[in-house]
Design a protein around this ligand. Structure first.
Ligand SMILES: [Zn+2]
Length: 286
Protein backbone atom coordinates (compact mmCIF):
# COMPACT_ATOMS: atom_id res chain seq x y z
CA UNK A 1 0.00 0.00 0.00
CA UNK A 2 2.74 2.42 -0.92
CA UNK A 3 0.24 5.07 -1.99
CA UNK A 4 -1.02 5.20 1.60
CA UNK A 5 2.34 5.89 3.14
CA UNK A 6 2.19 9.66 2.66
CA UNK A 7 1.69 11.29 6.05
CA UNK A 8 -0.48 14.37 6.60
CA UNK A 9 2.10 17.12 6.49
CA UNK A 10 0.63 20.55 5.98
CA UNK A 11 3.95 21.86 4.73
CA UNK A 12 4.30 19.08 2.17
CA UNK A 13 0.82 18.93 0.74
CA UNK A 14 0.47 17.35 -2.66
CA UNK A 15 -1.43 19.98 -4.59
CA UNK A 16 -4.53 18.66 -6.24
CA UNK A 17 -5.89 19.90 -9.55
CA UNK A 18 -9.55 20.80 -10.03
CA UNK A 19 -11.32 20.99 -13.39
CA UNK A 20 -8.56 23.15 -14.87
CA UNK A 21 -4.85 22.89 -14.23
CA UNK A 22 -4.76 25.16 -11.21
CA UNK A 23 -3.88 23.32 -8.01
CA UNK A 24 -5.84 23.96 -4.81
CA UNK A 25 -4.42 24.06 -1.33
CA UNK A 26 -7.02 21.60 -0.04
CA UNK A 27 -6.54 17.87 -0.29
CA UNK A 28 -9.76 16.62 -1.84
CA UNK A 29 -10.60 12.92 -2.11
CA UNK A 30 -13.41 11.04 -3.83
CA UNK A 31 -14.46 8.00 -1.82
CA UNK A 32 -16.71 4.98 -2.11
CA UNK A 33 -16.87 2.01 0.25
CA UNK A 34 -18.38 -1.46 -0.13
CA UNK A 35 -19.64 -3.39 2.86
CA UNK A 36 -20.99 -6.89 3.31
CA UNK A 37 -24.48 -7.41 4.74
CA UNK A 38 -25.13 -8.45 8.32
CA UNK A 39 -26.21 -12.02 8.95
CA UNK A 40 -29.42 -12.40 10.97
CA UNK A 41 -32.38 -14.60 11.84
CA UNK A 42 -35.84 -13.90 10.40
CA UNK A 43 -39.21 -15.67 10.61
CA UNK A 44 -40.34 -14.69 7.12
CA UNK A 45 -39.06 -13.36 3.80
CA UNK A 46 -41.37 -10.34 3.34
CA UNK A 47 -42.10 -7.41 5.68
CA UNK A 48 -40.31 -9.01 8.56
CA UNK A 49 -38.09 -7.92 11.41
CA UNK A 50 -34.67 -9.33 12.14
CA UNK A 51 -34.96 -11.43 15.29
CA UNK A 52 -31.27 -11.30 16.09
CA UNK A 53 -27.94 -10.72 14.38
CA UNK A 54 -25.58 -13.63 14.05
CA UNK A 55 -22.80 -11.56 12.47
CA UNK A 56 -22.49 -7.83 11.95
CA UNK A 57 -21.50 -6.27 8.68
CA UNK A 58 -17.92 -5.18 7.98
CA UNK A 59 -15.97 -3.36 5.29
CA UNK A 60 -15.20 -5.28 2.09
CA UNK A 61 -13.30 -2.70 0.07
CA UNK A 62 -12.92 0.97 -0.61
CA UNK A 63 -11.94 3.03 -3.61
CA UNK A 64 -10.54 6.53 -3.58
CA UNK A 65 -9.12 9.10 -5.95
CA UNK A 66 -7.37 12.30 -4.97
CA UNK A 67 -8.58 15.22 -7.05
CA UNK A 68 -6.02 15.90 -9.75
CA UNK A 69 -4.66 12.36 -9.64
CA UNK A 70 -5.00 10.35 -12.85
CA UNK A 71 -5.68 6.98 -11.26
CA UNK A 72 -8.30 5.77 -8.84
CA UNK A 73 -7.17 3.23 -6.24
CA UNK A 74 -9.07 0.33 -4.80
CA UNK A 75 -8.19 -1.94 -1.89
CA UNK A 76 -10.14 -4.97 -0.74
CA UNK A 77 -9.83 -7.46 2.14
CA UNK A 78 -8.30 -9.95 -0.29
CA UNK A 79 -5.25 -7.68 -0.70
CA UNK A 80 -4.06 -8.26 2.87
CA UNK A 81 -1.93 -11.21 4.01
CA UNK A 82 -4.33 -11.84 6.91
CA UNK A 83 -7.13 -12.69 4.45
CA UNK A 84 -6.18 -16.37 4.22
CA UNK A 85 -6.60 -16.82 7.98
CA UNK A 86 -9.65 -14.59 8.45
CA UNK A 87 -11.85 -13.44 5.56
CA UNK A 88 -13.83 -11.09 7.79
CA UNK A 89 -11.02 -9.20 9.50
CA UNK A 90 -11.19 -5.64 8.15
CA UNK A 91 -8.90 -4.02 10.73
CA UNK A 92 -5.98 -3.39 8.34
CA UNK A 93 -8.35 -2.19 5.61
CA UNK A 94 -10.09 0.17 8.02
CA UNK A 95 -6.71 1.44 9.26
CA UNK A 96 -5.72 2.29 5.67
CA UNK A 97 -9.01 4.10 5.15
CA UNK A 98 -8.33 6.06 8.35
CA UNK A 99 -5.06 7.30 6.78
CA UNK A 100 -6.94 8.59 3.72
CA UNK A 101 -9.49 10.44 5.86
CA UNK A 102 -6.76 11.80 8.12
CA UNK A 103 -4.95 13.27 5.12
CA UNK A 104 -8.07 14.71 3.46
CA UNK A 105 -9.41 18.24 3.91
CA UNK A 106 -12.57 17.48 1.92
CA UNK A 107 -14.19 14.08 1.30
CA UNK A 108 -16.60 13.75 -1.61
CA UNK A 109 -18.98 10.79 -1.73
CA UNK A 110 -22.46 9.96 -3.05
CA UNK A 111 -24.65 9.52 0.05
CA UNK A 112 -21.38 9.78 1.97
CA UNK A 113 -22.93 11.78 4.83
CA UNK A 114 -25.50 9.06 5.51
CA UNK A 115 -23.65 5.93 4.45
CA UNK A 116 -19.94 5.82 3.63
CA UNK A 117 -18.70 8.08 6.41
CA UNK A 118 -20.89 6.92 9.33
CA UNK A 119 -20.31 3.31 8.25
CA UNK A 120 -16.57 3.98 8.23
CA UNK A 121 -16.78 5.67 11.64
CA UNK A 122 -18.56 2.58 12.98
CA UNK A 123 -15.70 0.33 11.91
CA UNK A 124 -13.10 2.81 13.22
CA UNK A 125 -14.56 2.90 16.73
CA UNK A 126 -15.19 -0.86 16.68
CA UNK A 127 -11.46 -1.35 16.15
CA UNK A 128 -10.65 1.12 18.93
CA UNK A 129 -9.31 3.79 16.59
CA UNK A 130 -9.42 7.50 17.33
CA UNK A 131 -11.05 10.06 15.00
CA UNK A 132 -8.97 11.16 12.01
CA UNK A 133 -8.20 14.87 11.72
CA UNK A 134 -11.35 16.84 10.83
CA UNK A 135 -12.45 17.06 7.24
CA UNK A 136 -15.35 18.68 5.42
CA UNK A 137 -17.71 16.69 3.21
CA UNK A 138 -19.52 17.10 -0.10
CA UNK A 139 -22.42 14.71 -0.65
CA UNK A 140 -23.51 14.61 -4.30
CA UNK A 141 -26.80 12.94 -3.27
CA UNK A 142 -27.64 15.99 -1.14
CA UNK A 143 -26.85 18.33 -4.04
CA UNK A 144 -29.05 16.22 -6.33
CA UNK A 145 -31.96 16.35 -3.86
CA UNK A 146 -31.62 20.02 -3.03
CA UNK A 147 -31.04 21.52 -6.45
CA UNK A 148 -32.56 19.14 -8.99
CA UNK A 149 -35.54 16.83 -9.52
CA UNK A 150 -34.18 13.80 -11.34
CA UNK A 151 -36.39 10.70 -11.61
CA UNK A 152 -33.78 8.89 -9.57
CA UNK A 153 -30.86 10.19 -7.53
CA UNK A 154 -28.92 6.94 -7.70
CA UNK A 155 -25.36 7.49 -8.90
CA UNK A 156 -25.90 5.11 -11.80
CA UNK A 157 -28.99 7.00 -12.98
CA UNK A 158 -27.33 10.39 -12.53
CA UNK A 159 -24.40 9.20 -14.62
CA UNK A 160 -26.82 8.10 -17.33
CA UNK A 161 -28.93 11.29 -17.30
CA UNK A 162 -25.84 13.46 -17.42
CA UNK A 163 -24.11 11.36 -20.05
CA UNK A 164 -20.91 10.72 -18.10
CA UNK A 165 -21.11 6.94 -17.68
CA UNK A 166 -22.75 4.15 -15.72
CA UNK A 167 -21.90 1.93 -12.80
CA UNK A 168 -20.51 -1.47 -13.80
CA UNK A 169 -23.17 -4.21 -13.91
CA UNK A 170 -22.99 -6.85 -11.18
CA UNK A 171 -24.77 -10.09 -10.41
CA UNK A 172 -26.18 -8.42 -7.29
CA UNK A 173 -25.99 -10.26 -3.99
CA UNK A 174 -24.34 -13.22 -5.71
CA UNK A 175 -21.23 -11.07 -6.23
CA UNK A 176 -21.17 -10.01 -2.58
CA UNK A 177 -21.65 -13.59 -1.39
CA UNK A 178 -18.89 -14.85 -3.71
CA UNK A 179 -16.49 -12.26 -2.32
CA UNK A 180 -17.41 -13.26 1.22
CA UNK A 181 -16.61 -16.88 0.23
CA UNK A 182 -13.19 -15.74 -1.05
CA UNK A 183 -13.65 -16.18 -4.80
CA UNK A 184 -10.76 -14.27 -6.45
CA UNK A 185 -12.68 -13.68 -9.70
CA UNK A 186 -15.57 -12.17 -7.76
CA UNK A 187 -13.08 -9.97 -5.92
CA UNK A 188 -11.68 -8.69 -9.22
CA UNK A 189 -15.21 -7.76 -10.33
CA UNK A 190 -15.99 -6.14 -6.97
CA UNK A 191 -12.84 -4.02 -7.07
CA UNK A 192 -13.50 -2.88 -10.64
CA UNK A 193 -17.09 -2.05 -9.66
CA UNK A 194 -15.90 -0.11 -6.64
CA UNK A 195 -13.33 1.80 -8.69
CA UNK A 196 -15.84 2.68 -11.42
CA UNK A 197 -18.12 4.14 -8.74
CA UNK A 198 -15.42 6.61 -7.75
CA UNK A 199 -14.67 7.56 -11.36
CA UNK A 200 -18.38 8.12 -12.01
CA UNK A 201 -18.73 10.06 -8.75
CA UNK A 202 -15.94 12.41 -9.86
CA UNK A 203 -17.68 13.14 -13.19
CA UNK A 204 -21.07 13.73 -11.58
CA UNK A 205 -19.46 15.97 -8.94
CA UNK A 206 -17.75 18.18 -11.53
CA UNK A 207 -21.07 18.72 -13.32
CA UNK A 208 -22.94 19.46 -10.10
CA UNK A 209 -20.29 21.56 -8.36
CA UNK A 210 -21.27 24.95 -9.84
CA UNK A 211 -24.89 24.26 -8.83
CA UNK A 212 -24.15 23.37 -5.21
CA UNK A 213 -25.84 25.81 -2.80
CA UNK A 214 -23.08 25.29 -0.28
CA UNK A 215 -19.58 23.92 -0.66
CA UNK A 216 -16.54 23.76 1.63
CA UNK A 217 -13.94 26.42 0.90
CA UNK A 218 -11.13 24.87 -1.15
CA UNK A 219 -8.99 28.00 -1.41
CA UNK A 220 -7.83 28.15 2.24
CA UNK A 221 -7.87 31.90 2.76
CA UNK A 222 -7.43 33.26 -0.78
CA UNK A 223 -10.28 35.79 -0.73
CA UNK A 224 -10.64 36.29 -4.47
CA UNK A 225 -10.32 32.64 -5.45
CA UNK A 226 -13.38 30.58 -6.30
CA UNK A 227 -14.43 28.87 -3.05
CA UNK A 228 -15.55 25.75 -4.95
CA UNK A 229 -12.59 25.05 -7.23
CA UNK A 230 -9.89 27.48 -6.13
CA UNK A 231 -9.52 29.17 -9.50
CA UNK A 232 -8.36 32.78 -9.66
CA UNK A 233 -10.12 33.23 -12.99
CA UNK A 234 -13.15 35.02 -11.58
CA UNK A 235 -15.26 37.83 -13.02
CA UNK A 236 -17.19 40.52 -11.17
CA UNK A 237 -20.84 39.95 -12.12
CA UNK A 238 -23.10 42.43 -10.33
CA UNK A 239 -23.95 42.64 -6.67
CA UNK A 240 -26.07 40.87 -4.13
CA UNK A 241 -28.14 42.88 -1.65
CA UNK A 242 -29.73 42.43 1.71
CA UNK A 243 -31.49 45.14 3.73
CA UNK A 244 -28.20 46.36 5.23
CA UNK A 245 -25.33 45.41 2.96
CA UNK A 246 -24.19 45.17 -0.62
CA UNK A 247 -21.73 42.48 -1.71
CA UNK A 248 -19.73 42.06 -4.87
CA UNK A 249 -20.86 38.98 -6.78
CA UNK A 250 -18.43 36.88 -8.82
CA UNK A 251 -18.63 34.07 -11.35
CA UNK A 252 -15.80 31.57 -11.62
CA UNK A 253 -14.65 31.20 -15.21
CA UNK A 254 -13.41 27.66 -14.66
CA UNK A 255 -16.10 25.77 -12.76
CA UNK A 256 -18.78 28.43 -13.50
CA UNK A 257 -19.95 28.58 -9.90
CA UNK A 258 -21.10 31.87 -8.34
CA UNK A 259 -19.92 33.37 -5.10
CA UNK A 260 -19.98 36.59 -3.12
CA UNK A 261 -17.07 38.70 -1.98
CA UNK A 262 -16.85 40.94 1.06
CA UNK A 263 -19.47 43.59 1.68
CA UNK A 264 -18.72 46.73 -0.36
CA UNK A 265 -21.12 48.96 1.60
CA UNK A 266 -23.05 48.63 4.81
CA UNK A 267 -26.08 50.63 5.93
CA UNK A 268 -26.22 50.79 9.72
CA UNK A 269 -29.85 50.95 10.88
CA UNK A 270 -30.64 54.01 13.00
CA UNK A 271 -31.50 53.53 16.66
CA UNK A 272 -35.08 54.08 17.80
CA UNK A 273 -34.24 57.33 19.67
CA UNK A 274 -32.49 58.76 16.61
CA UNK A 275 -35.49 57.98 14.46
CA UNK A 276 -37.81 59.71 17.01
CA UNK A 277 -35.60 62.85 17.10
CA UNK A 278 -35.51 62.91 13.32
CA UNK A 279 -39.32 62.66 13.22
CA UNK A 280 -39.74 65.50 15.79
CA UNK A 281 -37.44 67.87 13.94
CA UNK A 282 -39.27 67.12 10.73
CA UNK A 283 -42.62 67.89 12.41
CA UNK A 284 -41.24 71.18 13.85
CA UNK A 285 -40.09 72.23 10.48
CA UNK A 286 -43.57 71.72 9.02
ZN1 LIG B 1 -14.61 27.68 -9.62
Amino acid sequence: MSQLSVGKENSQRILSTPSGDRPTASKIVFLDIETCPSLGYVWAKWNTNVIDFEKNWHLLSFSYKWMGEKEAHVIGLIDYPTYEQDKEDDKALVADLWKILDKADIVIAHNGDDFDLPKTNTRLITHGMKPPSPYKTVDTLKIARRVFKFDSNKLDELGRYLGVGRKLPTTGFHLWRSCMMGDPNAWNTMKEYNKQDVLLLEQVYFLMRPWAKSHPQVNQGELLACPKCGSLKVQRRGYSFTAFRKKQRYQCQECHGWFEGQAVSVTIPKKKEERKCQKKSLNKGM
